[in-house]
Design a protein around this ligand. Structure first.
Ligand SMILES: C[S@@+](CC[C@H](N)C(=O)[O-])C[C@H]1O[C@@H](n2cnc3c(N)ncnc32)[C@H](O)[C@@H]1O
Length: 273
């Protein structure tokens, strides 16, 4: 593998920060070397500088995606962070079901290939009696158009379904046999609760939200940003939350103390004050 020199790493680091708002620490050199070297092979380029020039001279979402895809990971799964769903269930029972208005707005803000928003929709179906009488909308956004396309399709391999009970699969998915492999498509009753859109948490227009949100999932994405950007995003997200609303973050993440009006109610779960 071609060695990524410090000077080259610094150039890519600056490019990634300016284009995507993603911050790369010094510890990311070997990760960047391995990801970028794969791109070199794929693009049949000979040096990291040629690859750098390619990114500098090409722009647009497809190119940004190549860069983003090399740096971030879309790893996700259904009902990730098990303990959070235990709290969510209690919150539905003790708070949401007691609401006078049967209206709910939820935002999955780095939704990746869709497992997170689909888990939310399924969970609501399982825990809200007479859900048909509710006005529920789930917004699912991600920086990557490619991953959003996959999310919208809602088709998952047998491997992705590991951990989902037989009962849940039967109720909310349709099985297709594709040769010897099996694929599972999310049913329309779940799909129709979700709107997928592209949104960059760093550079996005938070002013486009005209209504406050009851629950925000912003999980396993803050790790890509430096403290200043994390603070700025969290301030935006908090300002969009209803008071008494919840914010779910990843278990290895935290919200900087300078972000006001959020109270930690459970590990990785905050409530707007
Ligand atoms: C590791 S996945 C997390 C998915 C899901 N939230 C979960 O916890 O399972 C991180 C996602 O963040 C997205 N992402 C990275 N930078 C972003 C940004 N600036 N704005 C919005 N999404 C971003 C990536 O495309 C990726 O799909």
């Amino acid at each position: 593998m071609l060695q990524l020199k410090k000077k080259e790493f610094d150039l890519f680091r600056e490019l990634v920060y300016n284009r995507l708002g993603i911050s790369l620490s010094d510890q990311k050199v070997s990760m960047m070397q391995s990801r970028l070297s794969k791109l070199l092979t794929k693009k049949r380029l000979n040096s990291y500088m040629e690859l750098y020039d390619y990114f500098v001279h090409h722009s647009g979402s497809a190119v940004d995606y190549e860069l983003e895809d090399a740096i971030t990971t879309n790893v996700t799964s259904f009902f990730r962070e098990k303990e959070q769903w235990v709290y969510f269930k209690e919150y539905i029972k003790n708070t949401l079901l007691k609401k006078e208005k049967k209206k709910l707005r939820i935002w999955s803000s780095a939704s990746s290939s869709g497992e997170e928003p689909y888990s939310i929709a399924i969970f609501l179906h399982e825990n809200i009696p007479n859900i048909g009488t509710w006005d529920i909308k789930i917004l699912a956004t991600d920086i990557s158009e490619e991953i959003l396309k996959k999310a919208m399709l809602g088709v998952y391999s047998e491997k992705s379904m590991e951990g989902l009970s037989h009962n849940i699969i039967q109720k909310y998915f349709t099985l297709h046999k594709n040769g010897t492999s099996k694929e599972f498509t999310v049913n329309d009753s779940i799909k129709k609760m979700i709107t997928f859109r592209k949104f960059n948490l760093v550079y996005g227009n938070y002013g486009m939200f005209s209504n406050l949100i009851d629950i925000i999932f912003c999980r396993n994405v803050m790790i890509y940003f430096d403290k200043a950007v994390q603070t700025q995003i969290n301030i935006h997200l908090t300002s969009l939350l209803q008071s008494g609303g919840l914010m779910f973050i990843g278990h290895s993440e935290s919200i900087p103390p300078s972000v006001k009006n959020l109270k930690l109610v459970k590990s990785s779960i905050y409530m707007k004050q």
